[in-house]
Design a protein around this ligand. Structure first.
Ligand code: NAP
Length: 239
């Protein structure tokens, strides 16, 4: 059976690698992003269908849901990023509120809105895969706290949709290179420190995450739900 897959934030970085993997497996893949021109280029490159959408905007998310068609099998909530990058350090409470709300919108509300909008389309056997971050383990910023909330919400979502034959999990990447996540601001010293924190001695790459997402959407993962799956080379360990 050909599956229908939606990857938000599929126009670059990890999302594009995830979308390309599903497409290579023969699935029908829809990708989203805010920058329509970039989205169109990515869609052509990987043979996906582009629908421009800001996942943090309820109106745009409703339009996306309306355009999707009646049925969906896999939702990957990849859209997100640290909205503090490039923003001057908050010097007033107003700015603190602004920066935290931006990260909550980008990383938590984006997934909640998209999932809510398409939930009724998911067929039995379907899955929701949210994308968190190793930053959730330390949560010393709006970004980390938003991702931590996304981790927690995923567990509740799993309980809610499990009875319908659906699963929900979260993939939590560590440092992944070859993305625009750091907006070119990652210093060599910080990069070396991120790699030194791993047991594998290397940065992750988008396909490391894509392979894990592909597995969680596969038949072999039908009894895995409500979990956080870490893809970080051992930089944060669990038991
Ligand atoms: N790279 C890492 O080291 C790393 C580590 C841990 C977690 N993550 C997480 O992995 C996910 C993907 O990040 P990445 O590293 O691949 O970054 P990226 O290269 O910057 O890609 C982000 C993608 O999401 C889209 N996007 C961002 N905000 C969006 C929104 N509001 N609505 C729709 N699309 C949106 C971007 O396109 P537009 O800008 O055109 O919208 C782009 O396609 C994010 O959730 C990030 O927090 C990344």
């Amino acid at each position: 059976m050909t599956r229908k897959v939606l990857v938000t934030g599929g126009s670059g970085g990890i999302g594009k690698a995830v979308a390309a993997r599903f497409r290579r497996a023969g699935d029908t893949v829809v990708i989203t992003g805010r920058d329509g021109a970039r989205l169109a280029v990515a869609a052509k490159e990987i043979d996906a269908e582009p629908i421009a959408c800001d996942a943090a905007d309820p109106l745009q998310v409703q339009e996306l849901a309306d355009a999707l068609g009646a049925e969906l099998d896999v939702l990957v909530n990849m859209a997100g990023g640290n909205t503090d990058f490039g923003r001057p350090r908050a010097s007033s409470l107003h700015e603190v509120a602004e920066s935290w709300r931006a990260n909550l919108d980008a990383n938590l509300l984006s997934a909640v809105l998209t999932t809510t909008a398409v939930l009724d389309k998911l067929r039995p056997g379907g899955t929701v895969i949210n994308v968190g971050s190793i930053g959730a383990e330390y949560a010393g910023s709006g970004y980390g706290a938003a991702k931590a909330a996304l981790h927690a919400w995923t567990a509740g979502l799993s309980a809610e949709i499990g009875p319908r034959g659906l699963t929900a999990n979260l993939v939590s990447p560590g440092y992944i290179e070859a993305t625009d996540f750091f907006h070119g601001r990652l210093t060599e010293k910080r990069r070396e420190a991120l790699i030194a924190a791993t047991h594998t001695g290397r940065a992750g790459n988008p396909d490391d995450v894509a392979a894990t997402v592909e597995f969680l959407a596969s038949q072999g993962a039908r009894h895995i739900t409500g979990q956080t799956v870490h893809v970080n080379g051992g930089a944060h360990t669990t038991r």
